[in-house]
Design a protein around this ligand. Structure first.
Ligand code: SAM
Ligand code: SF4
Length: 329
C-alpha cells in the first residue's frame, strides 16, 4: 500500500500524459515562453502502462485519472486506456480534459474502457472564453462535452475556475446550463499553480463567494461528509436534487487530512501533492532496468514522506517550481 506517516493511504493515481496544451488558460500558463519537457524525458506509452501496472497490481491503486497539460494531445491515449483496462484488478479510469478533440475521440475512449470524464469549461460566453484561454475554441469544447455524453461516459463533469472581473458573475448561469444538460458542475478555487506566479489570496474567488452567488438563484442542500469520503469536492443538492453541484475549495477549506492521491508527472516523477516541492524519480529506475519490486519500493518510500498538508496557510509557503500544467491537474 502507498501509506504515509499520517496513516493516509493513496489509492487514486493522477497521471500527467503531457505538459503541452492547445489552450493558454491565464490561471495555468503564460501566453508564451513556457519551456516544454524534452521528448526523450517524457515517459513512453510502455513506461506509463508499466508504472500504472505496478501501482494497480502491487500498490493498491484502484482509480487512475489521466490528465496533463492536455491529455488528448497524447497520440497513444486510447491504447494506454485499453491496456490499463486489461489489468487485473481493472482500475476505474477517468480523464480530465479541456474537451478539444473529444468530439472525435470520446467513442474510442469509451470503447477502450474509459469510465468517466471531466471537461474544463469556465464560461458560456465565447468572448470570455477567448480572454480566459487565449484561444477561439469555445464551440469545440461544447461539442466535446456533447460527444462525451453521447458516447456514454458517465458522469460527465464540468470543472470551472472563476476569475474576478472575468467570469465570477457566471456561476448561476453555468449551474443552470449544467443542470439542463445533465452535466455535474464543480467549481475549483484558483490555486497558486500558475506558471507566471500571479496568484494572490486577495485576488481569488473563494468557495464562500461562489456559494453565496449560487444561493441567489438556487436552493442548495449539503450532501454531508459520509457521502464525500476522500473526494475533494464538497457537494450540494440543487433545488432538492437529483442534480448536484460541487466546490473544490483547496485554498479556503483544504481537505488534506482525507487525501488519497498520488501523482505521476509526464517525465516519470512521483509527487505526493500538487503543492509538494520535492519529487521522486521513477523514470531513472525504469530506464536502469530495475524490476517492478524496486519501482514499487521507491514509490512507497516517496509516499511515506508525504507532508501533512499543502502548506498554503503557512507564511513560509513557496509555490512549487512546476506549474499545474507540468504537474498534472
Ligand atoms: N488540460 C486539461 C484541463 O484543462 O482540464 C487537464 C489539465 S488542467 C491543469 C486540470 C484542471 O486544473 C482544469 O480543470 C483546470 O481548470 C484546473 N486548473 C489549472 N490551473 C489551475 C489553478 N491555478 N487553480 C485551480 N485550478 C486550475
Ligand atoms: Fe491547458 Fe488545462 Fe492548463 Fe487550460 S488548464 S492551459 S486547458 S492544461
Amino acid at each position: 500500500m502507498l501509506i504515509d506517516t499520517y496513516g493516509r493511504v493513496a489509492t487514486d493515481l493522477r497521471v500527467s500524459l503531457t505538459d503541452r496544451c492547445n489552450l493558454r488558460c491565464t490561471y495555468c500558463m503564460p501566453e508564451e515562453g513556457l519551456q516544454w519537457l524534452a521528448k526523450p524525458d517524457l515517459l513512453t506509452d510502455d513506461e506509463i502502462v508499466r508504472l500504472i501496472r505496478v501501482a494497480v497490481t502491487q500498490l493498491g491503486v484502484g482509480e487512475v485519472r489521466f490528465t496533463g497539460g492536455e491529455p488528448l494531445l497524447r497520440p497513444g491515449l486510447v491504447s494506454i486506456v485499453e491496456r490499463c483496462a486489461a489489468l487485473e484488478p481493472r482500475p476505474r479510469m477517468s480523464l480530465t480534459t479541456n474537451g478539444i478533440g473529444l468530439q472525435r475521440t470520446a467513442r474510442a475512449l469509451k470503447d477502450a474502457g474509459l469510465d468517466r470524464v471531466n471537461v474544463s469549461l469556465d464560461t458560456l460566453r465565447p468572448e470570455v472564453f477567448q480572454t480566459l484561454t487565449r484561444r477561439k475554441r469555445h464551440q469545440d469544447v461544447l461539442d466535446g462535452l456533447e460527444a462525451a455524453r453521447a458516447a456514454g461516459l458517465d458522469p460527465v463533469k464540468v470543472n470551472a475556475v472563476l476569475m474576478p472581473g472575468l467570469n465570477d458573475d457566471e456561476a448561476p448561469d453555468l449551474l443552470a446550463w449544467a443542470v439542463r444538460n445533465g452535466y455535474e458542475l464543480r467549481f475549483i478555487e484558483q490555486m497558486p499553480l500558475d506558471a507566471q506566479h500571479g496568484w494572490t489570496r486577495d485576488g481569488m474567488v473563494t468557495a464562500g463567494d461562489i456559494l453565496a452567488t449560487l444561493r441567489t438563484r438556487f436552493d442548495l442542500t449539503p450532501e454531508g461528509d459520509e457521502v464525500r469520503g476522500a473526494a475533494p469536492a464538497e457537494r450540494w443538492l440543487v433545488d432538492g436534487g437529483p442534480a448536484r453541484v460541487g466546490v473544490i475549495a483547496s485554498v479556503t477549506r483544504p481537505f488534506c487530512r482525507a487525501c488519497d492521491r498520488t501523482r505521476l508527472t509526464a517525465d516519470g516523477q512521483v509527487r505526493t501533492c500538487l503543492f509538494a516541492r520535492e519529487e521522486s524519480d521513477l523514470r531513472g529506475a525504469l530506464r536502469a532496468g530495475e524490476p517492478d519490486e524496486e519501482i514499487a519500493r521507491l514509490w512507497k518510500l516517496a509516499m511515506w514522506g508525504k507532508k501533512a498538508g499543502s502548506g498554503l496557510d503557512d507564511p513560509s509557503f513557496l509555490q512549487p517550481d512546476r506549474p499545474m500544467s507540468a504537474i498534472g491537474g
